[in-house]
Design a protein around this ligand. Structure first.
Ligand SMILES: Nc1ncnc2c1ncn2[C@@H]1O[C@H](COP(=O)(O)OP(=O)(O)O)[C@@H](O)[C@H]1O
Ligand SMILES: N[C@@H](CCC(=O)OP(=O)(O)O)C(=O)O
Length: 386
């Protein structure tokens, strides 16, 4: 059998009972059995589990999701421990070792910490452990949060170069609109490219349950990140975890998002998905063409406008004149320097600044195309990490 790396994400609305907030024991037990079986078959399995806040609320008798950040962080600290206790009891009965991995966005933003997280996951998987991942809600600060576990699971899937990301939730697939509010909503079984959802005018509404955070919107964003990193993504029901095995055997269950052409370059995947841009550079048509079609570096001459404050080595978004993001990259110059050299030729830089750091503003090795602008130019490059 083809042994693969699987990231499975389960949401609060599936782990807890909607009315009481108590744990949905049968669902969790079925999930544990399935993941242990998949592990037993030799697959490498990572579980991204929400539920810390929901379980903490139930433990403390709170009837709704906390509104203040401090209360939410305190409640998550209560719930995360209980959640892991339940997982460890259930997985232990099947002799399956697990590990707790709590991440914040800042753990992935910095390249050295990203590589460190990658190495830790590889060791855990090599040891046959199922890592159970959640956001480190208790210490995460607002500006550096994943915000929802759909996004977190997609970033983990990209980090570990998974073949599959399963988003398990309380609906069986994506529909043209929220099926709870629109009973006539049409099921969607296959999405070859995310542009199709715009054409189908799919509505993602708000969260369908009291406890879930992002509804379908964050699942589609997760699918964008994961499929862009070459990970096949499936939205499927948490009520039938055994379906994961059937899906792996080729059954068309849930909504499948086809993986896009993937760059094999781990550093570029980090740049595309984990890094948070500090500013924006607006480019003229020539620069947009050179980057999107020619796989070229960005020169100062093509920059029309500089937005935001940033230092050399920071990440920025590259946008066309209409503000559409076409790429991301790490700059060789600060925003102040770029304000002075934008629109000018590279050989004018020493005269304007009194020095030159590099001929390019962003070298093509530090540049990655966004979403649909992704092209063959960045394929087939090797990466020092792998
Ligand atoms: N287009 C759609 N298709 C399917 N479900 C949708 C759609 N739009 C909104 N939803 C809602 O999204 C909910 C799942 O999101 P959420 O409650 O955040 O789950 P989780 O806790 O698993 O992350 C469903 O219960 C459903 O009501
Ligand atoms: N980290 C939070 C989960 C936030 C979240 O994304 O929840 P969900 O939408 O239910 O997957 C927790 O454990 O409560």
């Amino acid at each position: 059998m083809n042994l693969q790396t699987l990231v499975v994400k389960i949401g609060t609305s599936s782990l807890t009972q909607d009315r009481t907030g108590n744990l949905a024991i049968a669902t969790i037990a079925a999930l544990v059995e399935t993941l242990s079986a998949l592990r037993h078959q030799g697959h490498r399995v990572i579980l991204v589990s929400s539920g810390a806040v929901g379980v903490g609320c139930a433990r403390l008798g709170l009837k709704e999701r906390p509104r203040t950040i401090a209360l939410k962080q305190a409640v998550a600290a209560v719930g995360q421990g209980r959640l892991m206790r339940v997982y460890d009891d259930l997985f232990s009965t099947l002799q399956q070792p697990i590990a707790q991995v709590l991440l914040t966005r800042s753990d992935l933003v910095q390249r050295s910490r990203y590589v460190n997280a990658y190495n830790t996951f590889q060791e855990l998987l090599r040891l046959g452990v199922i890592p159970i991942v959640n956001e480190n809600d208790t210490v995460a600060v607002e500006e550096l949060k994943f915000g929802d576990n759909d996004t977190l699971s997609a970033m983990v899937a990209s980090l570990v170069e998974a073949e599959w990301l399963f988003l398990m939730t309380d609906v069986d697939r994506l529909y043209s609109a929220d099926p709870l509010r629109h009973p006539d909503a049409q099921p969607i079984t296959l999405v070859q490219h995310l542009d199709e959802l715009r054409q189908l005018q799919v509505q993602t509404g708000g969260s369908g349950s009291n406890w879930g955070t992002g509804g379908m919107m964050t699942k589609i964003e997760a699918a964008r990140i994961a499929t862009g990193a070459g990970v096949r993504t499936v939205i499927t029901s948490s009520q039938s975890p055994r379906n994961l095995e059937k899906i792996l055997q080729g059954e068309a269950i849930g909504t499948h998002f086809a993986p896009q052409k993937n760059t094999s370059n781990a550093r570029k995947r980090w740049l595309a998905n984990a890094v948070i841009p500090s500013g924006k550079l607006y480019l003229d048509e020539g620069a947009v063409r050179a980057i999107c079609q020619g796989g070229k570096s960005l020169l100062a001459a093509g920059i029309v406008e500089v937005f935001g404050e940033f230092e050399a080595s920071d990440a920025v978004q590259l946008c066309d004149r209409a503000g559409r993001e076409i790429a991301r990259g790490l700059v060789n110059y600060s925003s102040d320097e770029l304000d002075r050299i934008r629109g000018r030729k590279s050989d004018e830089i020493p005269e304007i600044l009194g020095y030159i750091v590099a001929d390019t503003v962003i070298h093509r090795d530090n540049l990655v195309l966004s979403g649909s602008s992704s092209d063959a130019a960045e394929l087939n490059k090797t990466d020092p990490l792998h």
